[in-house]
Write a protein that binds this ligand. Structure first.
Ligand code: CMP
Length: 138
């Protein structure tokens, strides 16, 4: 099992000032912050990040949303990071997320779902490389 995952606090949660509460939930769940930055993605950068979804009907709206305001991206470290983090954030659709999960508490909709979490160790490495250089993740 890999020990990193890549997360973003998405524009919906950032604009409602939930960033601090959400990051505290990462820490309380035992994740360590290996790298972190606030940024405002361009439409093109959002399209690049979500390229695997380019044929989905929601791709254009999703990338508009992800470039609509600031985000906080982070590499989080923990044993079994990908699976444990997905448990912490809950189902993609907040209506299906378990009580106490980040998306149950803070997400608005299946698209505006407060946080992203990598879905595999391989994608965690790719997504971490998208946001952070080697120097930023020492
Ligand atoms: P995320 O975990 O970042 O990965 C892909 C994103 O696409 C997902 O969270 C949602 O923001 C969005 N998404 C997934 N399914 C749908 C859907 N059916 N309609 C709109 N957006 C979706």
């Amino acid at each position: 099992m890999g020990n990193i995952t890549l997360t973003m606090v998405k524009p919906d949660a950032f604009s409602k000032n939930y960033t601090g509460k959400i990051i505290d939930m990462f820490l309380q769940a035992g994740f360590k912050i290996k790298a972190m930055k606030k940024m405002h993605l361009t439409k093109q950068q959002a399209q690049q990040f979500y390229l695997v979804h380019k044929d989905r009907p929601f791709y254009d709206e999703l990338t508009d949303f992800m470039s609509s305001g600031p985000i906080v991206a982070a590499i989080l470290e923990k044993e079994n990071a990908v699976a444990d983090f997905r448990k912490l954030i809950g189902a993609t659709n907040p209506a299906e997320a378990e009580e106490g999960t980040i998306r149950k508490l803070y997400a608005e909709s299946i698209q505006n779902n407060a946080v992203h979490g990598s879905d595999s160790d391989e994608n965690a490495r790719i997504e971490a490389g998208f946001f952070f250089s080697e120097l930023e993740r020492i």
